[in-house]
Design a protein around this ligand. Structure first.
Ligand code: ARG
Length: 464
């Protein structure tokens, strides 16, 4: 079949080139958006009198049929029609005849593809946002079960101060909350309707752009035709937001991998979310967590590909931009799959509370509390720090911990130490004493949970 643009050509496209420049193999994923956009365009052409009402109705009917044919798997796309836009137009013309050739009046594939991807990104943002909200809800439920599960908090992966498992989980909840907010923010900028930009310089026809925006659920229209067809910022922003989601998932996965080692032994992953070794019969590996950690690299690569593709392009549309899709689609698919499987993995893991508590008791995690105790007795912090440092060294030499020192031994380090020191360095008391907003004490954690719940309840309503 001859090309929709073949008028000024004398020769056929080389078959190698035909395959090379065709995007139908991947942009067919956009068919619903493409057809919805074309229906709105056809309706608008009728309303403005650019085509007749009967022609407009004919086009809409034809497009609806094409949509149901594709939905029903009754369509074979062709590489010779290049991309989803020309495939749909060709299918339409085959169905409705001559009038099909009027659909592309006052439109270019450049503004058409910009429209399709914007619609696609908006929908995917809603879906990824829902997954992020579900994950936060799962983390909240898990946190509520572990308000008093004490575990060591780390810096430099060295035991530092005691926290609770609930507090640790809520740290990730905050990250996923920001990820969701970032996506909502990106959605606002994606939500501009570009049709009417034409190939680059708009069109001479009196289009009703607001009508089209309204029909397609956009809250505004683009304000510069060159920008409208050249801009892929929203795809970059989405992929950057997806990259951060992957960073957060990947860090969490790294901890899950560490925690499930015999060395940490803080959790056990469910059999359904672990895999075995082909050679070593005893192995139970955290492959799911490792794979999510590994897949973060793909999404960062997608972001890099998009940025590099755009950086040298003169205005307006350039064919390089066809390369936006595979990166964007890959980022969408990867982040969605990872969020889904990650949630299930943590919902089913077994938390070994006693091992966490035992680890929190070792490693002198109450040392800061001992220094703070001395500060309350009037010792300047820097001096208290040195005194406790000496006491820690003394313990290390004797393989004991701070709770095991007698009052007499303490008095040698500071005469100000009294019987009440044992309460001050009791691990649970150390946690409970940190009740400032944002801290690990049960009271602060309950407040933090409330705050997240309020945000989740409100977020649903305002995400549209
Ligand atoms: N398949 C193209 C893309 O995805 C559609 C726009 C083509 N425009 C053009 N002038 N060749 O970017």
């Amino acid at each position: 079949m001859s090309k929709l643009w073949s008028g000024r050509f004398q020769k056929e496209t080389d078959c190698l080139v035909e395959d090379f420049h065709s995007s139908i193999s991947f942009d067919k994923r956009l068919y619903k958006y493409d057809i919805k956009g074309s229906i709105a365009h056809a309706q608008m052409l009728g309303r403005t009198g650019i085509i007749s009402a009967a022609e407009s109705e004919e086009l809409v009917r034809g497009l609806e049929e094409v949509l149901s044919d594709i939905d029903g798997g009754r369509v074979e796309f062709t590489v010779s029609a290049e991309d989803i836009h020309m495939n749909v137009e060709q299918l339409l013309t085959a169905k409705v005849g001559e009038v099909g050739k009027k659909l592309h009046t006052a439109r270019s594939r450049n503004d058409q593809v910009a429209l399709d991807i914007r619609m696609y990104v908006k929908d995917e943002i809603d879906q990824v946002g829902a997954l992020l909200r579900q994950l936060q809800a799962d983390l909240l439920s898990l946190a509520e079960k572990h308000m008093d599960t004490v575990m060591p908090g780390y810096t430099h992966l060295q035991r530092a101060q005691p926290v609770t498992f609930a507090h640790h989980l809520l740290a990730y909840c905050q990250m996923f909350g920001r990820d969701e907010a970032r996506l909502r923010d990106c959605r606002r900028r994606t939500d501009e309707m570009p049709l009417g930009a034409g190939a680059l310089a708009g069109t001479t026809f009196p289009l009703d752009r607001e009508f089209v925006a309204d029909q397609l659920g956009f809250s505004s229209i683009t304000w510069n035709s060159l920008d409208a067809v050249s801009d892929r910022d929203f795809a970059v922003e989405f992929t950057a937001a997806a990259s951060l989601i992957m960073v957060h998932l990947s860090r969490f996965c790294e901890e899950i991998i560490l925690w499930s080692t015999a060395e940490f032994d803080f959790i056990e992953l469910d059999d359904a979310y672990s895999t075995g070794s082909s050679m070593m019969p005893q192995k139970k590996n955290p492959d799911v967590a490792e794979l999510i950690r590994g897949k973060s690299g793909r999404v960062f690569g997608d972001l890099q590909a998009l940025l590099t593709m755009l950086k040298g392009l003169p205005l307006a549309y350039n064919k390089d931009m066809q390369e936006d899709k595979e990166s964007l689609f890959d980022a969408v698919d990867t982040v969605k799959k990872c969020l889904l499987v990650f949630g299930r993995m943590i919902n089913t893991m077994r938390v070994k509370k006693d091992n966490m508590a035992a680890a929190a008791k070792g490693g002198f995690t109450c040392a800061t509390d001992l220094a703070d105790y001395l500060v309350r007795k009037g010792v300047p912090f820097r001096e208290a720090h040195a005194v406790v440092g000496k006491a820690v060294f003394y313990c290390l030499e004797q393989a004991r911990n701070l709770e095991q020192l007698s009052l007499e031994e303490y008095k040698k380090f500071s005469p100000l130490v009294e019987e009440d020191v044992y309460e001050a360095i009791n691990i649970k008391c150390c946690v409970e004493a940190r009740r400032l907003t944002g801290g690990p004490a049960a009271k602060a954690v309950i407040d933090a949970i409330d705050k997240i719940r309020q945000r989740l309840a409100g977020g649903k309503a305002s995400s549209r």
